[in-house]
Design a protein around this ligand. Structure first.
Ligand code: SAM
Ligand code: FES
Length: 347
């Protein structure tokens, strides 16, 4: 089959075989990519209209007990300047976000056990008490099931945990032995079973990724049926073992966004900051390829640069209000608008 036929098949059957996925990733042309983007954007317009959901991202700690080889805040990076936000500071970010029109907050951090589950539950409850009409998403990494349950009971609505790669051998090349794909997938299953709107995802162009491992990712995403998929390019960080690895391809990232949209029409799909980092119009291109979510940063400007997962991250110097204004202007330039909404998954 030609690549165009494969994209059509995906559109009608919502599934491809592993070898078909691998063929697409290995051999797609610019025309194939644009064809997929057009289909994907048409689907997203039908499901969401010209509306884009905003999530305010609060990166509240860059301490991490893990040592993922790709990540700038891994525990072995002695050069990382570590910080933690207090509950009060986190709440202030959300208050500011609400004033700017956000109805959805994402609390993200390294795996930092200085915040006990009890403390995190208290923070979630406090956000919900101040902003009962808003959604809270957590992205805190791998936790025991009882902690996920407690946080859900405290009011958290969603959880983002990228699976990173669905191929076991590939997973082992990106992480130390203490981390396993099996545990990551177990966490994802648990989160979904508890009732969270759950997001998985992977970096595009992660070191040692191949068309076959990416095919495994697509098969996993199809089977898992996530409510959200977080996917952006890998970007090297100079103080990690992967400092000399090439960054992920802009075109492949856009193609993957489009294919995910075609496969899962209702999924919540951000055009990530990483995509905006590797191309000046990356987030706009992501939306034009089928994404429907943007996640501007609400963290205090003083700490933004310190949450450096990769090099040259954008938007680290701007106040939140400036970021929102900039994004709204960018959206308008391509015919889209940000909506004041929780932006829940429509079951
Ligand atoms: N600790 C939580 C976790 O493990 O899910 C959340 C924070 S973690 C830094 C969020 C995501 O950042 C990871 O899932 C990974 O895909 C992405 N990331 C880390 N390093 C990156 C890099 N060098 N380039 C692009 N994305 C990266
Ligand atoms: Fe823990 Fe990156 S290694 S957040």
């Amino acid at each position: 089959m030609t690549n165009r036929e494969l994209i059509d098949k995906l559109n009608t059957e919502k599934a491809l075989q592993k070898s078909e996925w691998a063929q697409l990733f290995a051999t797609f042309s610019e025309a194939d990519r644009l064809y997929a983007a057009e289909l994907a954007r048409g689907i997203a317009d039908k499901v969401f209209g010209k509306k884009i959901y905003l999530r305010g991202l609060v990166e509240f700690s860059n301490y991490c007990k893990n040592d993922c080889y790709y990540c700038g805040i891994r525990c072995s990076n002695q050069k990382a300047q570590r910080y933690r936000l207090s509950e009060e500071e986190i709440l202030r970010c959300c208050d500011e976000g609400r004033e700017l029109g956000f109805m959805s907050f994402v609390l993200q951090s390294g795996e930092d056990r200085a915040y006990s589950t009890e403390k995190l539950c208290g923070i979630v409850r406090a956000i919900k008490a101040r902003h009962p009409d808003c959604a809270v998403t957590l992205s805190l990494g791998e936790l025991p099931a009882e902690d996920y349950r407690a946080l859900y009971k405290a009011g958290a609505d969603r959880y983002l945990l990228r699976h990173e790669t669905a191929d076991e051998a590939h997973y082992a090349k990106l992480h130390p032995q203490s981390m396993t794909l099996q545990n990551r997938l177990e966490c994802l299953k648990t989160l979904k079973a508890i009732g969270y709107q759950t997001g998985c995802g992977m970096m595009i162009g992660a070191p040692y990724q191949t068309p076959e491992t990416l095919a495994e990712d697509m098969l996993f995403i199809k089977a898992f049926e996530p409510h959200m998929v977080g996917t952006g390019p890998f970007i090297p960080h100079p103080d990690t073992p992967f400092k000399d690895m090439p960054q992920g391809s802009f075109e492949t990232t856009l193609l993957v966004l489009s294919l995910i949209r075609i496969m899962l029409p209702k999924t919540l799909l951000p055009a990530t900051t990483a995509l905006g980092t590797i191309h000046p119009l990356g987030r706009e291109a992501g939306i034009q390829a089928g994404a429907n979510v943007l996640m501007p940063n609400l963290s205090p400007v003083a700490v933004r640069e310190k949450y450096a997962l990769y090099e040259n991250k954008i938007c680290t110097g701007e106040e939140s209000a400036q970021c929102v204004h900039c994004l709204k202007t960018r959206l308008a330039s391509i015919g889209y608008e940000a909506v004041e909404s929780r932006g829940d998954y429509q079951y």
